[in-house]
Structures are given as structure tokens and as C-alpha cells.
Design a protein around this ligand. Structure first.
Ligand SMILES: *Cc1c(COP(=O)(O)O)cnc(C)c1O
Length: 424
């Protein structure tokens, strides 16, 4: 499709966009009395208007029923989390029994490593990507320390080649083959938080398995953003947060995937708690732990209902729309933003380097842009003029035009503000 850098053209794309009406379902912060252009849904998604009712329902049930709410609330609390299994399973490409919601992301990755990082004297190495999200790096370091290995030896990073910005698939596969018999676990961010690169999870999972390793995925930037087929890809486990593309609110609960093939494996160690215990017998207060078969068997504590309520509002919205429609708009909107950036670069005779892969199968909705010759002043200008983005040293701005609430007109308007900011 040929794009035009004009307001009329952008408005025309909006009028043809089936998801445009969902914009009204979100609450936008305002700057100078105007709705912002929000590019940071990859960090914290906007609040859906329907969320408040989900939270109010829990507050009312608590007020009116108190402890009885566990069984008699509008949505009973004791099995509240079960409402996620089916719709969230669809979002990540999993069977309902393979998905549950609990805790927060880094906590869940640690808990999953209890089960799936089982180092031995000869097979103890972890492969991850260079410049993994810091929380993941701290997690790897503390896990290998805990098991008595040295980080320098046990953690193997796949490097980005000199002069390039993304990791090549061939380098991932070569590293897996090289570490071979020493490889215990491959655990990579399915979408890199910094560059927006999407990894070929199917191929990497198969290669990890060929080497005899377990393969897990951190899907913080993937869930709600890209098509996932976790079950078919045969991933062993995965976890994600819900406050980025899933719009569930700051610091909110995490989701987990544990492949069906592990559900009946009684030898897998895990850190247990009463919410993972046999549901029929949970309140008999028995001494011996009998895990629920399925991802729910990894639950530990009773459910934080007030944090799951906003997550359920979001999952219901995604279920209503479906990932296919989201992805279709995502590709067009991201391509339009890419076009606008290129047009503005020509007009102001500046060079923006988009470091996110241009290949559609290797990107979701984020574009990370090196603004050569520009400094933080430009970022401040954008923020003061209602363009919410985030800045990463040295001079990379990440833009996530989230298809659920960003419009084509936003992209056009942003281009004009960017141009004024550079020429200021
Ligand atoms: C956002 C993000 C996290 C955040 O972890 P929390 O435990 O939710 O604070 C972890 N890993 C990646 C890759 C992320 O993008």
C-alpha cells in the first residue's frame, strides 16, 4: 500500500479501521488539555474504561459478603483465576490447562526455574540473549549462584554482531549447537524489550530440544502484541506480565504457561502452596501436597482478587476482538509510523535509524529509533507537546503504536510535532 503524509489520508485510514472504535474504550491522559499520543503501551498500557466496573464488583462483594465472597461473590473468589484459562490460552496459543495467572513476572520465572532449571555437573549452562532485560539478568545470576555455579561460566549470551542491532537466528542456533551437552536451559525474551525484535520461537525451541535442553520464554513484550503458538511450538514453559500490551494496570499479575507434557511428571520439583493443591480436597487441610494437574498446580497462594479483576477486564476485551484483528491493524499502523518517520527525516534532512527489523515476521508493534545528532531536548519537547514516548541511553526512543488505542491520525500528528521539535 502506498501511504501519504497528510491528515486527510490518515483520517481515511482511521475511517476504514475496524478497531478504531476501541479507542473510546480507553482513558487517555491529557497534556495542555488534549489527549496525548501514547507510544508507551509497551511499558504500561492505558486504562480501559470497563476496568473500573470489574474492580468495583469485587469491592462491593467484599463489602456485602465479606468472607462469603469466596463462594457467593458475583464471580466467586476461590476459583476466580480459572476464568482466565480459556481466553488467555487463546491469546498465547495454549490449552486452557496449560495457562494460569499468579504472582508477578520475575517471581514466576524464578518459580518456573525451580522446576525447569535442573543443572547437573555436566549440563548446567543457560543461554540467553545479550542485553536481556535487567530483571532477567539478575534472575539468571542469582539462580546460577544459588545452584553453586559461576555466572561467567554458566550464563552464555548470544551476542549481537559488531555494527548490527539485532540477533541473527543463525547465531542463536550456532550457540545452542556449540554449548550442546552442557546446555540445561534456553530462556530468551520472545520480543526484545529494547529493539522490538521478535525471535523465531518455533525454530529456537526445536533447536534447544535437539540439544537436550529445556526451553522457556519471557513473553513480557510478546503477549497481546504478537501471534503465539506456545503449545504447538512445544515450549516447555513461559511467563509474562499483564501491564504492558495487556493493559491490566501498574505492576499487575503475571501469566504462566506450562506445557501439557509436564503436567503428569511427579518428579518435577516445585515450590508448593495450598492453591496448587487438589481442588476437591483443598479445604480439607491435608498434610500431603497433591498438585492439580496442569499449570494451576504451580499456584501457591490464594488469589489476589483485586489485581486479577483489571486483568480479567483486559482479557475479556482481547477475547472479544481476537489477536488476528489486532495483528492486522498492528502491521498497518506500524508501517505507517515507519513511513512517517522516513518522510520527516527527508523533510528535516536528518537521519533516523530504525533499529527494529523491517521484516514483518521479526517485529511487533514497537519501533526503536536511533535519533542521530539529537539529544534529550527532543524527547523533552515531545513530552511537553503531548507525545508520550520513552528514552533509552544513548539516544534511542521506543515507539509502540498500540493498535487497540492508537490511530493513524496520531501517527500523522506525531510526525508534525517531531518535525517542529527538530527544527526548534
Ligand atoms: C517488563 C519486563 C519485566 C518486568 O518484570 P516484573 O517482574 O513484572 O517487574 C521482566 N522481563 C522483561 C523482558 C520485561 O520486559
Amino acid at each position: 500500500m502506498t501511504f501519504e503524509n497528510s491528515k486527510e489520508f490518515a483520517q481515511q485510514l482511521d475511517s476504514q479501521d475496524k478497531l478504531n472504535k476501541y479507542r473510546d474504550e480507553f482513558i487517555f491522559p491529557k497534556v495542555n488539555g488534549e489527549k496525548v499520543i501514547y507510544f508507551t503501551g509497551n511499558s504500561l498500557g492505558l486504562q480501559p474504561k470497563r476496568t473500573k466496573a470489574y474492580v468495583d464488583e469485587v469491592m462491593d462483594d467484599w463489602a456485602n459478603l465479606a468472607v462469603e465472597g469466596h463462594f457467593y461473590a458475583e464471580k466467586p473468589w476461590w476459583d476466580y483465576h480459572e476464568r482466565f484459562a480459556k481466553p488467555l490460552g487463546k491469546i498465547v496459543g495454549a490449552l486452557p490447562s496449560e495457562v494460569t495467572v499468579m504472582n508477578t513476572l520475575t517471581v514466576n520465572l524464578h518459580l518456573l526455574m525451580v522446576s525447569f532449571y535442573r543443572p547437573t555437573k555436566s549440563r548446567y549452562k543457560i543461554i540467553c540473549e545479550e542485553k536481556a532485560f535487567p530483571s532477567d539478568q539478575y534472575m539468571f545470576q542469582s539462580q546460577v549462584d544459588f545452584h553453586g555455579y559461576k555466572s561467567e561460566d554458566a550464563i552464555v549470551e548470544i551476542k549481537i554482531r559488531e555494527g548490527e542491532h539485532n540477533i541473527r537466528l543463525e547465531d542463536v542456533l550456532a550457540k545452542i549447537a556449540e554449548v550442546g551437552d552442557e546446555l540445561a536451559l534456553v530462556l530468551i525474551g520472545g520480543v526484545n524489550y529494547y529493539t522490538g525484535q521478535v525471535f523465531d520461537m518455533k525454530t529456537i525451541t526445536a533447536a534447544g530440544h535437539d540439544a537436550g535442553a529445556v526451553v522457556g520464554w519471557d513473553l513480557a513484550h510478546a503477549v497481546g502484541n504478537i501471534k503465539l503458538e506456545l503449545h504447538d511450538w512445544d515450549a516447555d514453559f513461559a511467563s509474562w506480565c499483564s501491564y504492558k500490551y495487556m493493559n491490566s494496570g501498574p505492576g499487575n499479575a503475571s501469566g504462566c504457561f506450562i506445557h501439557e507434557k509436564h503436567h503428569n511428571n511427579a518428579d518435577l520439583p516445585r515450590f508448593a502452596g495450598w492453591w496448587g493443591h487438589n481442588k476437591e480436597r483443598r479445604f480439607k487441610m491435608e498434610q500431603t501436597f497433591d498438585p492439580v494437574k496442569g499449570a494451576e498446580g504451580w499456584q501457591i497462594s490464594n488469589i489476589p482478587i483485586l489485581s486479577l479483576a483489571p486483568y480479567l477486564a483486559s482479557v475479556d476485551m482481547f477475547d472479544e476482538i481476537g489477536m488476528d484483528a489486532i495483528i492486522e491493524k498492528r502491521d498497518k499502523l506500524t508501517a505507517y509510523l515507519e513511513f512517517i518517520l522516513q518522510e520527516i527525516a527527508k523533510e528535516v534532512d536528518s537521519s533516523f535509524e530504525i533499529i527494529t527489523p523491517s521484516n514483518l515476521s521479526e517485529r511487533g508493534c514497537q519501533l526503536s529509533v536511533f535519533l542521530h545528532g539529537e539529544g534529550r531536548g527532543l524527547f523533552d519537547y515531545l513530552m511537553e507537546n503531548g507525545v508520550i514516548t520513552d528514552w533509552r541511553e544513548p539516544n534511542v526512543i521506543r515507539f509502540a503504536p498500540v493498535p487497540l488505542y492508537c490511530s493513524f491520525e496520531d501517527m500523522y500528528d506525531f510526525g508534525q510535532i517531531l518535525k517542529a521539535g527538530i527544527l526548534r
